[in-house]
Design a protein around this ligand. Structure first.
Ligand code: AP5
Ligand code: MG
Length: 211
């Protein structure tokens, strides 16, 4: 079962994708995480990417699709796409790519959240970088004390400043919002209320996916 999770920055795509990955035993591909891993590797591609992503703009479609293809091939599990597609061109390329791999999207789910709530969440977001390279969200399941106890360091994403958050939201409205109409036309669009407790959002998401 291949699924796309959509929503404004901070809607909870990453939070819900991690829960779905555990429950449905799918593969979670967050294009943001893939890009940040490339930056962390220190490669020249990573340096190029950092200049774009830290300012809140989108990586060019062709570059994104080739990065995604590497991440999506070689698995027989269902895939949860988190943060991809972000443009209608990417949505078309994803359909082509999945077709070539003999796969198909079954649902594209919008996690609906107001801008105001998204800004509040992103301004408060803290993360923990552990020595093994993994990144954990600070929240009910992982506290700053857990982070320190495991030798990790707390950090804020460079694109989580108020100025960059506003820019990301405007990029979202201009370039990503039309993707919702693309999936409505394809008859696979669904929506859940993202402004609830994460467990409630998850229950709604599961219901939509199993409908
Ligand atoms: P990406 O990493 O995908 O960032 P984003 O879309 O801006 O979304 P976030 O990861 O900030 O939010 P999220 O929806 O995952 O929410 P989360 O679960 O973390 O992309 C970053 C950048 O990479 C882009 O700006 C672009 O430059 C580039 N990029 C990525 N994909 C690309 C593509 N396809 N093409 C081109 N460029 C691309 O939750 C947020 C916070 O809220 C957390 O603190 C969390 O604990 C909290 N929270 C979650 N759910 C709830 C809830 N229900 N109630 C209360 N708090 C909650
Ligand atoms: Mg995310």
């Amino acid at each position: 079962m291949d699924i796309v999770l959509m929503g404004v920055p901070g809607a909870g795509k990453g939070t819900q994708a991690a829960k779905l990955e555990n429950t449905l035993h799918c593969k979670h591909i967050s294009t943001g995480d893939v890009l940040r891993a490339e930056i962390a590797s220190g490669s020249s591609l990573g340096k190029q990417i950092a200049g774009i992503i830290d300012g809140g703009d989108l990586i060019p479609d062709e570059m994104m699709v080739s990065i995604l293809k590497n991440a999506a091939t070689g698995t027989d599990k269902g895939i949860i796409f988190d943060g991809f597609p972000r443009t209608v061109a990417q949505a078309e390329m994803l359909n082509n790519m999945l077709g070539q791999l003999g796969r198909k999207l079954v649902k594209a789910v919008m996690i609906d959240l107001s801008e105001e709530a998204a800004v509040k969440r992103l301004c408060a977001r803290r993360q923990c970088h552990l020595p093994d390279g993994s990144v954990h969200q600070i929240g009910p399941d992982f506290s700053p004390e857990d982070c320190r106890a495991q030798g990790g360091s707390l950090f804020t994403r460079p694109d989580d400043t108020p100025e960059h958050i506003r820019h990301r939201l405007s990029v979202y409205h201009q370039q990503t919002q039309p993707v919702a109409d693309f999936y409505k036309t394809q008859g696979i669009y669904a929506q859940v209320d993202g402004d609830k407790d994460p467990q409630q959002v998850f229950a709604e998401l599961l219901a939509v996916l199993q409908a």
